[in-house]
Design a protein around this ligand. Sequence first.
Ligand code: ADP
Ligand code: MG
Length: 484
Amino acid sequence: MTSKANNNLNWEIIIGLEVHAQVVSNSKLFSGMSTTYGGEPNTQVSYIDAAFPGMLPVINKFCIEQAVRTGLGLKAKINMESVFDRKNYFYADLPAGYQISQFENPIVGKGQVILDMPDGTIREIGITRLHLEQDAGKSIHDSNSANSYVDLNRAGIALMEIVSEPDMRSSEEAGLFLKKLRTILRYLGTCDGNMEQGSMRADVNVSVRRYGEELGTRCEIKNVNSIRFVQQAIEYESKRQIKEIELGNKIVQETRLFDPKNFETRPMRSKEESHDYRYFPDPDLLPLKLSQTWIDQISKSLPELPDDRKQRFCSEYGLSIYDSGLLVDDKETADFFEEVVLKRDPKLVANIVLGDFYGFLNKLGQNINNSRVSSKSLGELIDLISNKIISGRISKEVLEIMFQTGQSPKEIVEEKGLKQISNIDEIEKIVDTILDENIEKVNEFKNGKEKLFGFFVGQVMKKTEGKANPQLVNEILTKKLNKN
Ligand code: ADP
Ligand code: MG
């Protein structure tokens, strides 16, 4: 069935994301109450969070600083003056009847995020704005069948809403954007990026058009809480819209929900039903004015960001863009790499960190911080390889034991007798034995069956339990087999 509706070649997919990122802060945006995750319901609620009459919000300077840091990390314009507005709507988990947010005058303006595409090209995705707002509480409907409950622990926690331009063109790009944004936030330390706990979630705006046409009508898929779901939602939604248009129907602007069980989006409310929030400046809060000196101070305190770090990894360590990108994606991996690489061969270190080391971490379900292999002991293992005390093949075996026992690589090599055989006489003796035992094959080799070389190498390795220095084995075999 090759229906035209599934032929995406004529169609361009347009995506813009609105990401809610919870600010890393001990206290809430307008109250001093704790933000710790997972507390008993309603144990972290101040009178302000519960909207008791007469309570006044007091802005949390630390949260403002985090928003500015994030803005600087997104190479964005910091607005010296911004305004907090009331966004009015009525819902059980919003006791004030309004959310304090920013509308026309956000704290951060235009910026950008750079994506490294798998084909080596670069895509720049525009950031429209970043504003600060309060989170709402949580309604609980499933704890018993008779009642619904409200937990206000989350009410009033600071969120940054980061809005992108409609610059993305595929689910792949949207995924890369979210990963890159999360990496930047984690480098800055302004949001932990933990999507499972809901500290980062996205509203996904999708439209489609035939190439060259104006932007089409978009649908907004609300509150998607994993990168995979964002991508699946885009796949489904774009196909749905293409099909509608090809059937001659019009796309209606509406809010939709993603159902991860059935991989589909469903309508939630149309534009006509959409809220009129009646935004107006919150009379309890003065416009927020920042000083350039303060912004400069924050700017100086920023860490090296992933794009800069990647460039430095290329130039300072001579690594490929690809390997550098993999290393810096995760700040802890990059830090770990830099601890190991001191005075060692960067390419070898990168190969082992990204290869065997990560392989074992993934296999064991561990991470850099809780595994038994420290940067120091991995460095020692790499020294054993560089000094030709063990072969690369044996190093994998040693590393596995390091993960299991936490022993030092030297200890393991001693204990198990894994030292590489680099003594030429010794290897020659073994090679001679192998050749004597396989005279027929030696003749076949000499008569042109050169493939057999690998067989001889394999036999030597087998006899030495993988400990023979592979380079020497090659040299000696070449010499002996080519002698008449
Ligand atoms: P609203 O405030 O109603 O949500 P915005 O204009 O702020 O509307 O846009 C919200 C998001 O929708 C932004 O991320 C923007 O990039 C995206 N967007 C706007 N137009 C389109 C479109 N035609 N297709 C896809 N995404 C779009
Ligand atoms: Mg929106």
